[in-house]
Every structure is written in structure tokens, then in C-alpha cells.
Design a protein around this ligand. Structure first.
Ligand code: ZEM
Length: 298
């Protein structure tokens, strides 16, 4: 039945056979991801964390509440056509990063591993604890979702509401999830956009909201897609969808709240990410069965 897997002897349970992995087994996977994160600080701004979080988000964000299709169950981004969807450009870096960990713990599904790695990325980048539970099963390419389910950064608040509404999120959750853009950067060879949102792209803070409100933003003058730059340093960026969060009065109220209160952001971000990461997963476990991981530092 679901949850029972073949644990290699020595890797977790002492004897080979069908047994259910324990939270301690999953903590070992967490630790391996966290260790690899710290070991591979040669990547970009010093961490694979942002791109790992983006992988978990793009695996989850294909969910369609009406048909129950998409979501993190399946890890169908391993396959064409989903791997080649424009929105997923660059995420091979994250999948390849996790491959040795999948080899080390062959009993975990890719789909559980990708989401666990997203949790690990958030926590190791000093974000809030993200409770997690296993139960995702890998599926074949016939479960790939059609292109176009992930948000298009050139659009406005109506698009944000349409895309995240399709997943079942409300306005407050949409703004809370967007705070992930404190992390990482845009790449001209992936999305076409360029640059980071904050000055500390490998530490999760509420800076995204503060910068949105406090900086002066103008269109960047360049040949790339329309994006904003901060007029003081010209080194930060905002996407049109980011700026929509302060153009829309309802979204803006939440931006103001999170800009003032990092604890409120962390709490709401964690709750919304837990929901995001579980969309469409046919769990047999209960919400109370979620486990929490210790960071390497703890
Ligand atoms: Zn993002 N995101 N995202 N996002 N995102 C990018 C990068 C990252 C949008 C979007 O178009 C883009 C959420 C919501 C939305 C992350 C996490 C989350 C990039 C740059 C774009 C264009 C990609 C590149 O060039 O590499 C849009 C339009 C969104 C909603 C309206 C949500 C929700 C996220 C997580 C909860 C992260 C961590 C990155 C940085 C990736 C990296 O490689 O540094």
C-alpha cells in the first residue's frame, strides 16, 4: 500500500524489505539536500536554494482544482513536453542537483524528493519551518500538464487571480506566496528577464515587500522584456506581475502588512506553501501526520 517502500538495507531500516520510512529517514534525506546545498556554494549567488524552491513551485503550480489535474504528484517535469515548457527553462539545474540524492535514497519518489528539497531550501535560507508529509507517487509522461498553467510575468493582477485562483488560492495567499521573490534572480537565458529582486537573494526575508513599497521603480531601458528597475541603484528588478501587487488596492494591503511584519509574512508564507506543495496529492495520511525537519544548524 501507499507509504511502504523498499528500503535498501543500511540506508534506513536495518533489513531490506517493505517497511514504511520514518520521519528520521526523511530527515536523512533533508540533511543530504542541505549538505549538498552548502557544498555547492559555487553556484550563482552562492546557493542552489532559489532554483530548488522554483522547481518545487513549478511542480506544484500546474494544479487545476476543477479537474484535479497537475500538482506535485507525479514529478512529470522529468519528461517532455513538460520539461520543455518555457516556464521551466533552467529547472534542469535543480533536477540534476537532486539526482545524486535520489541515487542515495532510491526509496523516495522524485515527486516527494522535489518537494522535500523545496522545504529544505526555504529552511536552509533562514525561512520559516514548512511542515511536510510524504505520499507523492511518480507518474509517466501521459500525466504531463498542458503548457500555460504557470503564471506569465508580463501580465497584470487579473492574470495572477486567474492562475492562482485556478489552484484554489485567495488574495492573501497570492501575496504571501509572492514573497518567495525575495530569493533568487531572473536569467536572460531562461525567462528573458534579468536580475535579482533583493540585495540578499539567498536569505528569505520580507525585503521583497519593503523594496516594492519603498524604492522608486521605473521601466528599465533595454532590449529585453518589459521589467522594472530601482531608480537608485539600477541593480534590482521587479516583474510586471510583481508591480501588480501594489497597483491592486486589495493586494497592496497585504504587501503593506508583510512589509511591516516579518513574523506575519513567515507564518502566512509557511501556511500557503504547505498548501501549494500538497495540491492534488492523494494523501492517505492526515494533516496531523505532517513532520517538521531540523535545519543543519539546529
Ligand atoms: Zn517566481 N519567477 N514567479 N515564484 N520564482 C522567477 C524566479 C523565481 C513568476 C515568474 O514569472 C518568475 C512564484 C511566483 C511567480 C521563485 C519562486 C516563486 C522568474 C525568473 C520568473 C520570470 C526565472 C529565471 O529567469 O530563472 C510569476 C509571474 C509568479 C506569480 C505571479 C512563487 C509563488 C514562488 C514560490 C513560492 C524563485 C525562488 C525564483 C528564483 C529562481 C532562481 O533560479 O533564482
Amino acid at each position: 500500500s501507499q507509504g511502504e517502500v523498499h528500503l535498501k538495507s543500511g540506508s534506513a531500516g536495518q533489513s531490506a524489505g517493505l517497511i514504511t520510512p520514518t520521519p528520521a529517514d526523511y530527515q536523512k534525506v533533508y540533511d543530504a539536500v542541505a549538505k549538498a546545498l552548502w557544498e555547492h556554494d559555487e553556484y550563482e549567488d552562492g546557493s542552489y536554494g532559489p532554483v530548488l524552491l522554483r522547481l518545487a513551485w513549478h511542480a506544484s503550480g500546474t494544479y487545476d482544482a476543477e479537474t484535479g489535474t497537475g500538482g506535485s504528484n507525479g514529478a512529470t517535469m522529468r519528461f517532455s513536453p513538460e520539461a520543455d515548457h518555457g516556464a521551466n527553462a533552467g529547472l534542469k539545474n535543480a533536477r540534476d542537483f537532486l539526482e545524486p540524492i535520489k541515487q542515495q535514497f532510491p526509496w523516495i519518489s522524485y515527486s516527494d524528493l522535489w518537494i522535500l528539497a523545496g522545504v529544505c531550501a526555504v529552511q536552509e535560507m533562514q525561512g520559516p519551518t514548512i511542515p511536510w508529509r510524504p505520499g507523492r507517487q511518480d507518474r509517466d509522461l501521459s500525466f504531463c500538464t498542458p503548457d500555460g498553467r504557470l503564471p506569465d510575468a508580463s501580465k497584470d493582477q487579473n492574470h495572477i487571480r486567474a492562475i492562482f485562483g485556478r489552484m484554489g488560492f485567495n488574495d492573501q495567499e497570492m501575496v504571501a506566496l509572492s514573497g518567495a521573490h525575495a530569493l533568487g534572480r531572473c536569467h536572460t537565458d531562461r525567462s528573458g528577464y534579468d536580475g535579482p529582486w533583493t540585495f540578499s537573494p539567498t536569505v528569505l526575508t520580507n525585503d521583497y515587500y519593503r523594496l516594492l513599497l519603498e524604492e522608486k521603480w521605473g521601466w528599465r531601458k533595454w532590449n529585453g522584456p518589459k521589467q522594472y528597475e530601482d531608480l537608485k541603484t539600477h541593480s534590482l528588478m521587479m516583474l510586471p506581475t510583481d508591480m501588480a501587487l501594489i497597483k491592486d488596492p486589495i493586494f497592496k494591503k497585504y504587501v503593506e502588512k508583510y512589509a511591516k511584519d516579518n513574523d506575519a509574512f513567515f507564518k502566512d508564507f509557511s501556511d500557503a506553501v504547505v498548501r501549494l506543495f500538497e495540491l492534488g496529492v492523494p494523501f492517505q495520511s492526515k494533516a496531523e501526520d505532517r513532520m517538521t525537519f531540523k535545519t543543519l544548524e539546529q
